[in-house]
Design a protein around this ligand. Sequence first.
Ligand SMILES: [Zn+2]
Ligand SMILES: [Zn+2]
Length: 328
Amino acid sequence: MADNQHSCEIAPGIFLIKVPLPENPLKQLNSYLILDEDRPALVDVGFNRIECEQVLRRALDDFGLDFQDIDVLATHSHPDHVGNLDRIWRPSMRVYAHMHSFEEPRIMNKLQSSTFLPIVDAVTLCAESQRQPSRVFSTDLSAVKGDYPVTYLKDGDIFRRGNYRFQVIETPGHHMTHICLYDEASKIMLTGDHVLERITPNISSFMLETDELGDFLASLRKVRDYDVKLALPGHGEPFSGLARRVDELIAHHKARLTEMEDLVRAGHHDIIDITSSASWKYPNWESWAMEQKFFSLGETLAHLVHAVHCGTIRMIIEGEVVEFYLAE
Ligand SMILES: [Zn+2]
Ligand SMILES: [Zn+2]
């Protein structure tokens, strides 16, 4: 295993590049360079930020490569994974991604805004006493600005690079476009943000109609029993023990669903009341930054919507007011 100046060989011919994510609690993105005699590929590329572009450029330079010499594969179309395409895309570059990666999230973001903007407004009102509440999420949420020709990947497709023959596994939940990639010979799985070693992947719903948590749990079960020696995640360290980690994540969400039901049973019915009363890693929800509040609301809603789909909680909509009650 060789260490280059700006990347680290974590499997034969696969180099990990730690891409900084400025002003983001995740801190770093793992970009994976898969060498190939013809077209090396980068898996995930970071934000649309100069810092992300520079780190990738330096890492490629160690191999005598430039952006025009490589292809890009996206595990999903969140801005920390594909935003940098707006900087590094070249006409010779092939972009591989799930077939719903770019246009549909744009439409979904627009549809979701009808649900989440009233929530953001309500949180902003709650936070009146805080310094300058801002509607940070009312702006453009698109992961990329440009329109790139994309080679679409779907369940069962094969992505070959170097000595690897990665099978595409669709894993919606964290994002509707999420895919994992599995190479049977080396037992390596690129897990993107679907399974991370320590971090619990963010599962948010902002549409009452779509059960993102239900999708996520099904996608966890889908990858659990693959024979994986090394999981290469989008953030944090590469790890082994995929099944154990999947079981932990499923247990976490089951406990969270029970907590949500208990809160509803105890008389908390609207989304802000339930979210602010739930247990979180950091205390004092009222004092959180707007952005963190927003993510916690999305996560709470994902659990409530899943409980509605499972039939344990019912949702009552009266005009703009949405409330949750126990089903019995
Ligand atoms: Zn993500
Ligand atoms: Zn990510």
